[in-house]
Write a protein that binds this ligand. Sequence first.
Ligand SMILES: [Zn+2]
Length: 262
Amino acid sequence: MKQAERVLVLMYHRIGEAHNDWERRYCVSPELFAAQMERLAAKGMQACGLDDFFAWLAGDKPLPEGSFLLTFDDGFLGVYEHGAPLLRDMNWPATVFLVSQLIGKRDEWCRSQNPGGDTYPLMTQEHIEALRGMGFSFQSHTRLHADLPTLSDEQLADELGGSRRDLEALLGQPVPYLAYPYGRYDERVLNAAREAGYQAAFSVQPGFNRRDVHPYRIRRLDVFGTDTPAMLLRKMYYGANDGSWRQTLRYYGGRVKSRLGL
Ligand SMILES: [Zn+2]
């Protein structure tokens, strides 16, 4: 087995129907999600579990080349409805970052950002339990999807530590990992996450994760609802969010320039 030297983390949000361009960025249709997963499988790639990812990061366990971690931010019901059946058939685990005070409610934080003003349902405790039975892992995305750098120290401790406590009570097991809402964090937020008891945190900075990645700055690729399977493969090849041919040309242009010493 050829071992992975670097592992990508894919970040999805909602699976379902998108109704405007803003939603198409954050929402992948069920058909496209299936096509993307099947294309990755056909290329010999496979999703790994969260524990295996961190064991690999710690140098305790190898992962086969082509391993990636599949993550879903926010806990949308559509992931349960449209994503889980396919992932169960493929035997691929996934991780969901939950907004602990909005379980069974709707993505209220999106109302002001979505030009259509629509909100979408989030999973209930019953959905979460069913997915846990399928090997899904659930971790923290704060209590109310807070924009962490804007909070006072006290609010920060509540959003971070409070969410961890909410979820540990709900799940009956430790919740050591966090995804920063909107990918927004700074040095103070990072330290507060550590103090709140998180062992690692996921950013939205694109790129490959090697074993020397900072544990509170784990990189993720943002998968858009407009990414064809071929574009997703290109994103994963380059470790970049831009899967267009323009990006490919830039990459090779850069390599030629560096070879020429420009
Ligand atoms: Zn989010």
